[in-house]
Design a protein around this ligand. Structure first.
Ligand code: HEC
Length: 99
């Protein structure tokens, strides 16, 4: 019983760590997003949504949807085409950490 509990805790912990993006790495990647979404995730024009403070899970989902074509936007499709799952999680962690 004790052993099962320990395994569950360890698994739960490591999957938590894996699911959480690295905001530092995300910040570097997000440089290329700044021209539209702003240097701190607050965009300079109404046509571009703010990303600062948005929930990380939501941001990852939107990026994946742009990549898969489920959500269509010509400028965003090109932006996310080269991003990996880890890139998206890192970028999402970065924007989620901003106010
Ligand atoms: C050329 C301008 C441009 C660049 C550069 C750009 N985006 Fe966007 N982004 C947009 C536009 C326009 C939308 C709104 C699309 C729509 O109306 O569906 C958007 C929407 C989004 C959304 C959805 C926001 C929401 O509230 O639903 C996310 C997430 C996002 N962008 C992330 C990024 C990331 C990450 C990068 C950098 C890798 C990036 N964008 C670079 C123009 C840009």
């Amino acid at each position: 019983m004790k052993l099962i509990l320990t395994i569950a805790l360890v698994l739960g912990f490591s999957s938590n760590v894996m699911a959480k993006g690295d905001a530092k790495k995300g910040k570097a990647k997000a440089m290329m997003c700044a021209s539209c979404h702003g240097a701190k995730g607050i965009s300079s024009a109404p046509m571009w949504p703010n990303l600062a403070g948005q929930k990380a899970a939501y941001l990852v989902k939107q990026m994946k949807d742009f990549k898969s074509g489920k959500r269509k936007d010509a400028s965003m499709a090109g932006m996310v085409a080269g991003l990996t799952q880890a890139d998206m999680e890192n970028i999402a962690a970065y924007y989620a950490s901003l106010k």
